[in-house]
Design a binder for this molecule. Structure first.
Ligand code: FES
Length: 101
C-alpha cells in the first residue's frame, strides 16, 4: 500500500469539477462525478495537455487541447483503447478525501 495524502473536504470539489494537486511532483486531478471521487494523472498522454481543464461528461473527461477522452474511473479511453491515464485509489474518511499514491 502506498501513502495516503489528504486532499481536501468533500464539499470543496463540486459535482463535475476537480481539484488539481501536486503530489511528489505528479499532477493529479481529483474529480467529483455525482459525489463519487476519482483521482487521475492530469497530464494528457497525447501531448501533455492539462486534463484538469477539460470538460467532464458523465465520467469522461475531454482534453482541452485535442479532445482525447478518458474515463476518470478506469483511466481508459473510450475512443482509443491503447491510450490510458494512471488512476489512483481514493479513500473517504468522514468529510475528508485522501488519495493513495
Ligand atoms: S494533448 Fe490531450 S488530446 Fe492532445
Amino acid at each position: 500500500m502506498g501513502k495516503l495524502v489528504k486532499i481536501c473536504k468533500r464539499n470543496e470539489i463540486s459535482t463535475g469539477s476537480n481539484k488539481l494537486v501536486n503530489i511528489d511532483g505528479k499532477m493529479i486531478a481529483v474529480w467529483n462525478v455525482n459525489n463519487e471521487f476519482y483521482a487521475v494523472n492530469a497530464v494528457c498522454p497525447h501531448r501533455g495537455g492539462p486534463l484538469e481543464q477539460g470538460s467532464l461528461n458523465q465520467n469522461v473527461v475531454s482534453c482541452p487541447w485535442h479532445g482525447w477522452q478518458f474515463d476518470v474511473e478506469t483511466g481508459t479511453s473510450p475512443v482509443f483503447p491503447q491510450a490510458k491515464i494512471e488512476i489512483f485509489k481514493v479513500k473517504i474518511e468522514g468529510e475528508e478525501i485522501f488519495v493513495e499514491v
